[in-house]
Design a protein around this ligand. Structure first.
Ligand code: PEP
Ligand code: MN
Length: 263
C-alpha cells in the first residue's frame, strides 16, 4: 500500500523506471523463443520501435502436454544473445522454482504467469531473490486474490513487483480469448502503490484487437504494456493469432505516441 510508486529495472541500456510519472514502458516480443535468428531480429525491431523490454518464453505453460513446451535452457542462451545484441531488458517466465536461478541469470524481470499466480511456494521463492517480478493476474483471480499473491512476493523481501492484467475468463470466449479488464487501472491505483502493466495480446487473443486495447490502456493510465510480436505470426509455435508483425508493431507504437508517452 502507500503512494503510487515506481519499480526501477536495470537493463543493458541503463535503468528503466516503470510507474509513477514515467513514460509507458513497452515490453514486446514473441510468445516463445523459437530460434536465435527470430529472437535477435525481433529484439532489434521492437527496440527500434521504442520498446524497452524484450519478452519471450523459454518455459511455456501450455494447456496441452503435446503442444510446444518451449526450448527451456537453450532458449535462455538465445535470450542472453538478444539482450546483448539489442540492449533491451529481458522478461521471461519461471514455471518451476528449480529453474529460477538460471532464469534470473539472464532475465532482468522474472515473470510469474497467470496459471501460477497462486503458486504460493513459487511466489515465496521469487520473493526471496533480487530480480523484479512481473505478476500476471490469474485468469479467474479476483483483485484481492491478485493483490494477496503480490503480497507473498513483497512479504518474502522483494519490493519490486509489477502487476500485469492479461484478461480474465468471462462467459463469452467466442470473439475474444479473454475479457481484458481495464477497470483494474483505476481500481488498483486506489488500492496499491504497485505499477501496472496491461497485456492486450493475451487479453484479446487477436492481433487486430490489440492496437485499440493498447490505446485504451494508455488512456486509462497504464504504466506499461506487454505486446506479443513475431516476425512471422502465421508460423509461430505459440500465440501466432494474437502476435503483431514487427511492421505492425512499429505503426502501433507511432500511433500510441500520440495518445501517451511511450518512449
Ligand atoms: C505469456 O506471457 O506468454 C503467457 C503464457 O501469459 P499468461 O500467463 O498471461 O497466459
Ligand atoms: Mn503468449
Amino acid at each position: 500500500h502507500g503512494e503510487y510508486s515506481e519499480v526501477i529495472i536495470d537493463t543493458p541500456d541503463g535503468p528503466v523506471a516503470v510507474g509513477k510519472n514515467h513514460p509507458v514502458a513497452v515490453v514486446a516480443g514473441p510468445c516463445s523463443v523459437e530460434n536465435e535468428a527470430m529472437i535477435v531480429e525481433t529484439a532489434k525491431r521492437v527496440k527500434a520501435a521504442g520498446a524497452k523490454f524484450l519478452r519471450g518464453g523459454a518455459y511455456k505453460p501450455r494447456t496441452s502436454p503435446y503442444a510446444f513446451q518451449g526450448h527451456g535452457e537453450s532458449a535462455l542462451e538465445l535470450l542472453a544473445a538478444a539482450r546483448e545484441a539489442s540492449g533491451l531488458g529481458i522478461i521471461t517466465e519461471v514455471m518451476d522454482a528449480a529453474d529460477l536461478d538460471k532464469i534470473a541469470e539472464v532475465a532482468d524481470v522474472v515473470q510469474v504467469g497467470a496459471r501460477n499466480m497462486q503458486n504460493f511456494s513459487l511466489l515465496k521463492k521469487v520473493g526471496a531473490q533480487d530480480k523484479p517480478v512481473l505478476l500476471k493476474r490469474g485468469m479467474s483471480a479476483t483483485i484481492d486474490e491478485w493483490l494477496m499473491a503480490a503480497e507473498y512476493v513483497l512479504a518474502a523481501g522483494n519490493p519490486r513487483v509489477i502487476l500485469c492484467e492479461r484478461g480474465i475468463r468471462t462467459f463469452d470466449g467466442k470473439y475474444t480469448r479473454n475479457t481484458l479488464d481495464l477497470s483494474v487501472l483505476p481500481v488498483l491505483r486506489s488500492l496499491t502503490h504497485l505499477p501496472i502493466m496491461i497485456d492486450p495480446s493475451h487479453g484479446t487473443g487477436k492481433s487486430d484487437y490489440v492496437p485499440a486495447m493498447a490505446a485504451a490502456a494508455i488512456a486509462a493510465g497504464t504504466d506499461s504494456l506487454m505486446i506479443e510480436v513475431h516476425p512471422n505470426p502465421a508460423k509461430a509455435l505459440s500465440d501466432g493469432p494474437q502476435s503483431l508483425t514487427p511492421d505492425k508493431f512499429d505503426r502501433v507504437m507511432q500511433d500510441l505516441s500520440i495518445i501517451g508517452k511511450t518512449v
